[in-house]
Structure formats: C-alpha cells, structure tokens
Design a protein around this ligand. Structure first.
Ligand code: MN3
Length: 200
C-alpha cells in the first residue's frame, strides 16, 4: 500500500510567528511530499511495500539507503506535525512528573533538547523518547530516528524537533538556537502525553 502525505492538523499559518507560513508550506507540501514520493519509488516491487513504517524502521539496516532516508523522512515529519500546535501548552500529569524526576525540571529538559539540536552537526533531529520505561534525550543525523536498528540511542520517540535548515532558514537564517528556543511556544503537549502513555 502506497504511503501518503498526512494532512496538517492545523493551517499553514497556525504556528506564526514562531514558525512562518512559507516555511510550513514548503516543509510540508514540498519536502515531506518528496520523502513520501521517493519512499514509494524505493519500495515499489519489493517486500517492503507491505510493511508498516514502524516495521521498516525496526529493520532499516536491511533496506537500501533510499528507504532509510525517505522512510525516516516520512515517519519523522508525520510525528513532527502532530506534536506541533497552538495553545502554548506545558507538560502535565504523568509526563510532567517523569520530566521532573528524570531531568530535574521542564526547563532542564528544554535545555537538554536544545543542546542536542544545536550540537547536531549538519542536518538531523533532536528527540525525546521512551526507552525501557525511561525518558531519554538524543539526536540523530539526517532522517534517522530512535526506532531504527542503526540508532545509537534507541527508543520510542514521543517528541521530535527537526533541525534541518529547511525547518527554519527562511525566518531564522543561520540562527538555529533562536529557532530552537521559539519552537517551545508551539509544542502540543497533549499529543506528546498521548504518545508517552502509549509508549509505556
Ligand atoms: Mn524537515
């Protein structure tokens, strides 16, 4: 079954001024669409055609690099759109407790994620994942993610932050740390909490 581009759960302008409309239009409509199209091309006529994205990620080392790059791109961006949103929320409930117990405070988690994103050389992602019931922060290069069998730090990602230049360059140019501090205004913590409960 062919993979398809998921619709954004909000408008292209919904994350203004933190993430600008044109960045969202190009990021979702062009970049993510290209990952979907190229994944479908790479899988055509192979056994991978009948595998879920999660199944592909778990055995990604046995697939061609085009599946790793574009399958990762499709998975990562689908997660990314879902954990963004308006509402200026903060973590609550069990997830807030786990963040405080693991990192000391919500601010300390943000700092750790920002450092993971800012120090990732070139393109990649910063992640908050659940691994063996614990929260863990990591980063991956390119379109890799913690579900992949090749990941240095494995787990179930519940929050991912795209640090490719295409995610921020129109508004923030070379200032990746400015983008990273702004993005905390548009995280949908209710969705992250849902993913946390499901991953436990
Ligand atoms: Mn991207």
């Amino acid at each position: 079954m062919a993979h398809t581009l998921p619709a954004l759960p909000y408008g292209y302008d919904a994350l203004e001024p933190h993430i600008d409309t044109m960045t969202m239009q190009i990021h979702h409509g062009k970049h993510h669409q290209a990952y979907v199209d190229n994944l479908n091309k790479a899988l055509a006529g192979t056994d991978g055609e009948n595998k879920s994205l999660e199944e592909l990620m778990a055995n990604i080392s046995s697939y061609p690099v085009a599946v790793r790059n574009n399958g990762g791109g499709h998975y990562n961006h689908s997660l990314f759109w879902s954990v963004l949103g308006t509402g200026n929320s903060t973590p609550s409930g069990k997830l807030a407790d786990a963040i405080n117990a693991t990192f000391g405070s919500f601010d300390a988690l943000k700092e750790k994620m920002n450092t993971a994103g800012a120090t990732r050389f070139g393109s990649g992602w910063a992640w908050l994942s659940v691994s063996g019931g614990n929260l863990v922060v990591s980063s991956t290069p390119n379109q890799d993610n913690p579900l992949m069998d090749v990941a240095e730090v494995k787990g179930t990602p519940i929050l991912g932050i795209d640090v490719w230049e295409h995610a921020y360059y129109l508004k923030y140019q070379n200032k990746r740390p400015d983008y990273l501090s702004a993005i905390w205004n548009v995280i949908n913590w209710r969705e992250v909490e849902k993913r946390y409960e499901a991953a436990l």
